[in-house]
Design a protein around this ligand. Structure first.
Ligand code: PMM
Length: 296
C-alpha cells in the first residue's frame, strides 16, 4: 500500500487529496493548552472561522477538558458550551467534528450540523455513544484510551507500547463495528498523552505504519502536548509553555502527513497547513519523477 492510498477516505466527510488539518476549538475554561481563550459562543465561532481561514479543513469543537485529573463538566453545561458553537460554524459551511464523551452531546451536535464524532474514550465512557453514532450513520474516531485518569500517568504501563496500543485499538474497532458503525466511517488515533509518557508518544509516532496496518484512516493529535515540552526542554530543562510548542507541533504534522496520516489535529493551524501542503508537493514531485523515469 502506498502512503498516498494508505491515507484513505472517510465516508460521510469531504475527501482531501492530502493530510487534512483539523483545527481545535476548545470551548472550555480549563483545557491544558488554550483553556479559557475561546470560552463564549461568539469568540469560539469566530476562532473556528479564523482557523478555517488559516487552512483548517475541519474544526473540532469540544466543551470538556480531557486533561488528566480534570473534573467532568455536567451534561447541561457541555451542551450549553458546544451546541451553539456547532450551530454557528455549521451555518458558515464549516465541516465540524464534535469532541465529546457523551452520547447526548454527540446526538445534538450531529443534529446541529456536526459531521464527525471524536470521542476520546471510543465509546467506553458512555454506553449510549456507539448506538447514537451508528443510528446517525456518522463517522467516528476510535482513539486509544485506558480510562479516566486521576492524578498522573496511571495505567500508562506497557511492555510493548506499540503492540499494546494497536491491539487495544483493534479490540475497540471490533466493538464499534459490532455496534453497527460502518467500517468506512472509522478513524483510528493513537491517543498521544493519554496514559502515555513522552517516550511512549515518541515510539508511537515512530511506528505510525503499525496503526495504518489496522486498515483505517489515522488521526494524529500531537498539538502542544507534554511530550513536545519534554523534547524541547532537553534532559534538565523546564518545558516551554504549551503555546510555545507550535513549531514542534508543525514538525510532527509534517512527519505524520509523510507517514500517510489522514488528518492532524492542531491548535495553531497556519504552520501545520503549510507543512502538510509542502509534504503534498514533495509527494507529487516524487510521483512525477517516478512517472518520468517509467516513461524513459
Ligand atoms: N487529545 C485531546 C483532546 N481531544 N481527540 C483525539 N481524537 N485525539 C487526541 O489525542 C485528543 C483529542 C487533548 O488535547 P487538548 O486539550 O489540547 O484539546
Amino acid at each position: 500500500m502506498s502512503k498516498q492510498s494508505g491515507r484513505g477516505r472517510v465516508a460521510g466527510l469531504p475527501q482531501w487529496d492530502r493530510c487534512a488539518v483539523m483545527g481545535v476549538v476548545n470551548v472550555t475554561p480549563d483545557s491544558f493548552s488554550d483553556g479559557g481563550r475561546w470560552f463564549d459562543t461568539t469568540s469560539a465561532v469566530k476562532h473556528g472561522l479564523a482557523l478555517v481561514e488559516e487552512g483548517a479543513d475541519l474544526v473540532d469543537v469540544g466543551g470538556e477538558s480531557t486533561r488528566p485529573g480534570a473534573t467532568r463538566v455536567d451534561e447541561d453545561e457541555e451542551l450549553r458550551r458546544v451546541i451553539p458553537v456547532v450551530r454557528g460554524l455549521a451555518a458558515e459551511g464549516v465541516t465540524i467534528s464534535v469532541d465529546t464523551m457523551r452520547a447526548s452531546v454527540a446526538e445534538r451536535a450531529l443534529a446541529a450540523g456536526a459531521a464527525l464524532v471524536n470521542d476520546v474514550s471510543a465509546g467506553q465512557a458512555d454506553p449510549a455513544m456507539i448506538p447514537v453514532v451508528a443510528a446517525a450513520g456518522a463517522p467516528f474516531v476510535v482513539m486509544h484510551w485506558r480510562g479516566f485518569l486521576q492524578g498522573g500517568n496511571v495505567r500508562g504501563v506497557y511492555a510493548d507500547v506499540v503492540s499494546e496500543v494497536v491491539d487495544e485499538i483493534r479490540a475497540r474497532v471490533d466493538a464499534v463495528l459490532a455496534g453497527g458503525i460502518a467500517p468506512d466511517r472509522i478513524v483510528v488515533d493513537p491517543g498521544l498523552g493519554f496514559s502515555k509518557d513522552a517516550e511512549h508518544d515518541l515510539v508511537l509516532l515512530a511506528h505510525l505504519d503499525r496503526l495504518h496496518a489496522l486498515g483505517h484512516p489515522v488521526l494524529v493529535a500531537a498539538s502542544r502536548k507534554r511530550f513536545l515540552g519534554r523534547v524541547l526542554a532537553g534532559p534538565e530543562g523546564e518545558p516551554p509553555p504549551a503555546r510555545e510548542r507550535d513549531a514542534a507541533t508543525a514538525a510532527v504534522s509534517a512527519l505524520a502527513a509523510h507517514a500517510g496520516a489522514w488528518a492532524v489535529r492542531v491548535h495553531e493551524v497556519r504552520a501545520t497547513a503549510d507543512a502538510v501542503r509542502v509534504v503534498q508537493a514533495i509527494e507529487e514531485a516524487r510521483g512525477g519523477a517516478a512517472g518520468r523515469e517509467g516513461a524513459r
